[in-house]
Structures are given as structure tokens and as C-alpha cells.
Design a protein around this ligand. Structure first.
Ligand SMILES: *Cc1c(COP(=O)(O)O)cnc(C)c1O
Length: 369
């Protein structure tokens, strides 16, 4: 048997007709950039998240960057975020001219260690970006409390958490704004790059729409030096066609995670833990194992694909050498980087495929005890 890391073909087959007719409509209307299909998706996505507004943009990275611009972040400011995240979170901060300030991760949930946030706050801090990593919501109540106490803004990096819930409410409605990625492999994936910002703040929406469209106020009137970070009509229409199935697909991922938890219970691997009060949607199913690299290549030999999210923490990447943060700066994140392993996870993964992954792992790592 062969188990791919992600297989989106079954998902596409389930919605082929809706997607085909969505694409045909966009082409028929030549609504290629922005337009009514994007407007419709924005309305539906805001209502799905429980926010007043959504703005479709070109990627999750541009969503983060535009939201930070709307929050007034710029040179001289500091933005606190998780050490254990994808580089895009830090890139968005850096491209505003601000400096990313990392906080180590909680060893159980892999999300930002809330106790570390307050220690990282200086008089330059403007925003906290909690990342709902792997599809598990960060512990938002204490984060919002710290933010309120220090008059900071909160931008959720919800790129991996479309539809995930914290205390019954969807990710995206906790901070002043939230950024989503619809990269094809994300829980809600476009057929290309796409992203969105959700917020209740009309002034943010106005600033974001200005910056994402060349700073354009009207035809030839450009108020600021902006960007081209608009959402395609095709992506808007496809996202609209897929949104209705998101909850079902997230449930399929949660069921698959439950099956993995049972199958792997007796083995020498540490399975993921969901915090209290959260509905984890398992964008990624991440375990911890000894001799990770050897386990990973042995799995590969048995045709089981796997990943590492992320093998080198952002502060140790060449791109972020300039921050001067050496090894030992964030020990919990650095240790995890050495032993985390992401197993195949997608809504349509079959029980047989998971059974095979577990059998292979049992052979490689053995039983507990
Ligand atoms: C995917 C991702 C992003 C970036 O999204 P793109 O659409 O790829 O630009 C940002 N943050 C996190 C945590 C992500 O997983």
C-alpha cells in the first residue's frame, strides 16, 4: 500500500460538479479579479466565522501583512508571535518594517506559551499574533486578557484553523482581526494561492482594500504606495463552492485523528493532545518520536509519506540570522523541532491507510514499555 502525505483527489471528486460550474460562471462573466464571486465568498466566509467582514486577498501571507498595516504596525514596532510557526508569520511582520519577537511554545499543545508573552512585552510592542498551529486554537482567553491589560492588539494567524472552535466560537472572531490562508492543502483550500482577513472593524477593511489594490481610491487616484494582493474571481468562486463542505471535512479529519490516537496508543510515539475547550481540526497530525529522521526514512521505504512542521525554527533560519537569536533561545521549540513527525492526514484518508501507517510504525518504533 502507498499512503500519500495529502491526497486532494477524492475531495475534488466529491465536489467536481459544483467546482466545474463555478469556474464556468466566472469565465462566462469574465469576473477574473475581484468581482461578484469574490464579494459572495467574502459575505459567506464572514458569516461562517462569525465576524462582520471578510476581505479576500491573494494569500495567507498577504492577509497577515495587510492586517498588520491596518493595525498601524510599522518600523520601530515589535510584534510578538510564536517561535513555533511557519516563516510566513514572521515575514509579514518584517515586511511592515516591524521586528518579530518570538515566544517559546507550550510543550503539550505546541501553541504559544501564554506565560511567556508578558515577559516579551516592551514599550515598543503593538500586536500579539497567536498562531492556531496544526489546527488547534491557541488559548485565547488569557491572551486577550494580557492584550487588554497592556493595550495591545491581537491578530490571529488562523492559516491552519478554518472552522476550528475555541469555547464554542470559531477561530477568527477573537482578535481585532484574523488572517486565513487558502493554500490548496489547507483545510479550506483554493485551487491556487488565496487568503482572507476577517474582522469587525470597518476602518481596517477600508485600509486593507486600499493597500491590496495599489493604494487606489478611484480610477487614477492613488492615496498610498500599495500592493497587488487581490483575490482572483476563480478562487473566490471555488472557495464558495467548497465552503459548504468544510465542517464535514473537518469532522472527517477529527475522526481520522481519533483513529490514529487509538491505533498508536500502545506504541513508542507521543500522540497529539488537544487542550480543554478546543475543537482541534487537525490540519496536521503531529506525533513525537525518538530517532525521528531514521523513523521517517523507514516509513518512506514502506511507501508512507510524512512531513516535519517545522524542522528548523524560524529564529534559526538563515533568513532570520539578523535577529541574532542563537541556539538555546527557545529550547522547547528547538527540542520539538528534532522529534516531531507529521503523519499523512486529509479528510478522505481511509481507515485501511491509517491501519497500514500504524502497522509500519509498530514495526519501526515498537511497543511501549
Ligand atoms: C500557510 C501558512 C501561512 C501562509 O499562508 P500562504 O497562503 O501560504 O501565504 C501563514 N501562517 C501559517 C501558520 C501557515 O500555515
Amino acid at each position: 500500500m502507498k499512503v500519500p502525505f495529502v491526497d486532494l483527489k477524492a475531495q475534488h471528486a466529491a465536489i467536481r460538479n459544483q467546482v466545474d460550474s463555478a469556474i464556468a460562471s466566472v469565465i462566462g462573466d469574465t469576473a477574473f479579479v475581484g468581482g461578484k464571486y469574490v464579494d459572495e465568498f467574502e459575505k459567506n466566509y464572514a458569516s461562517y466565522c462569525g465576524t462582520k467582514y471578510a476581505v479576500g486577498v491573494s494569500s495567507g501571507t498577504s492577509a497577515l501583512q495587510l492586517a498588520l498595516l491596518a493595525m498601524g504596525v510599522g518600523p520601530g514596532d515589535e510584534v510578538i508571535t510564536a517561535a513555533n510557526t511557519f516563516i510566513a508569520t514572521a515575514e509579514a511582520i518584517s515586511h511592515t518594517g516591524a521586528t518579530p519577537v518570538f515566544v517559546d511554545m507550550d510543550p503539550v499543545t505546541f501553541n504559544i506559551d501564554v506565560a511567556g508573552i508578558e515577559k516579551a512585552i516592551t514599550d515598543k510592542t503593538k500586536v500579539i499574533i497567536p498562531v492556531h498551529l496544526y489546527g488547534q486554537p491557541a488559548d485565547m482567553d488569557p491572551i486577550l486578557e494580557i492584550a487588554a491589560k497592556h493595550s495591545l492588539l491581537v491578530l490571529e494567524d488562523a492559516a491552519q484553523a478554518q472552522g476550528a472552535r475555541y469555547k464554542g466560537k470559531r477561530c477568527g472572531c477573537f482578535g481585532q482581526a484574523a488572517a486565513f490562508s487558502f493554500y490548496p492543502a489547507k483545510n479550506l483550500g483554493a485551487y491556487g494561492d488565496a487568503g482572507a482577513i476577517v474582522t469587525d472593524d470597518a476602518a481596517y477593511v477600508e485600509t486593507i482594500r486600499l493597500y491590496m489594490n495599489h493604494g487606489r481610491r478611484s480610477a487614477h487616484d492613488h492615496a498610498v504606495i500599495g500592493f497587488n494582493e487581490r483575490l482572483d474571481g476563480l478562487q473566490g468562486a471555488i472557495l464558495n463552492a467548497k465552503l459548504g463542505a468544510l465542517d464535514e471535512w473537518n469532522k472527517m479529519r477529527r475522526d481520522a485523528a481519533g483513529r490514529y490516537n487509538d491505533l498508536l496508543a500502545g506504541l513508542n510515539v507521543q500522540t497529539p493532545k488537544a487542550g480543554a475547550d478546543v475543537e482541534h481540526i487537525y490540519h496536521l497530525y503531529v506525533v513525537r518520536v525518538r530517532d525521528r529522521d531514521a523513523v521517517r526514512s523507514a516509513l518512506g521505504e514502506k511507501d508512507v509519506a510524512s512531513g516535519i512542521h517545522y524542522p528548523v525554527p524560524v529564529h534559526l533560519l538563515d533568513a532570520y540570522k539578523g535577529l541574532g537569536l542563537g541556539k538555546g533561545s527557545f529550547p522547547v521549540t528547538e527540542q520539538a523541532a528534532g522529534d516531531i513527525l507529521t503523519l499523512p492526514m486529509f479528510p478522505h484518508i481511509s481507515a485501511e491507510q491509517q491501519q497500514y501507517v500504524a502497522e509500519c510504525l509498530a514495526e519501526i518504533v515498537g511497543k511501549k514499555g
